[in-house]
Write a protein that binds this ligand. Sequence first.
Ligand SMILES: CSC[C@@H](O)[C@@H](O)C(=O)COP(=O)(O)O
Ligand SMILES: [Zn+2]
Length: 206
Amino acid sequence: MHSEDTFSTRAAELIRAGRFFFERGWVPATAGNFSARLDERHVAITVSGRHKGELTAEDFLVVDVEGQVRSEGKRPSAELPLHLQIYQRDESLGAVLHTHSVNATLLSRLHRDVLVLEGYEVLKALRGIGTHEARVEVPIFPNDQDVPRLAARVQEYMAEHPEMHGYLIAGHGLYTWGRSVEEACRHVEAFEFLLACEIEMRRLSR
Ligand SMILES: CSC[C@@H](O)[C@@H](O)C(=O)COP(=O)(O)O
Ligand SMILES: [Zn+2]
């Protein structure tokens, strides 16, 4: 069972991530949600509707990996099922981060089905990738206000593509994860850099 200390440490890491993302314009107007694993069965996740650049420890609650809320009187992120799907499928994963940057939103509307990232040195910031020659496929799922249905769709796709590092939701944003909050943050930064390159490349090659 996790301690209060674990909760506070994970919350502090996610608060720092929220400030960093907000400063860069990746979580505007209460958009985005963050979570971190506390132990095998429990996760801390942001309360729904909170501003992600101004989080405090009060803006987190505890849920179990089946989605049962363990903190009375707090409503979890509307996108909780997308976080739980990741924790349920892989016990080694420790954090899930969701952002809404302009670049993720635009690219997810310009492309259908999948965005291919290749030829970038920064791909090596993604766990397990050792060369710029890697080909990273970022699937794009249609947005869906029925979040459990969307989570089931992601789950089905991930069963076929277990090597995935993240995905886009059309007109919505990015989901990525890692073994720790630090690794998940690195993945957000890497994806945001790569998405910015892709946008700029399209502009330059017009
Ligand atoms: C402010 S619009 C964004 C929301 O609809 C949603 O997509 C989102 O990312 C934040 O929802 P939340 O329930 O606060 O976790
Ligand atoms: Zn969202």
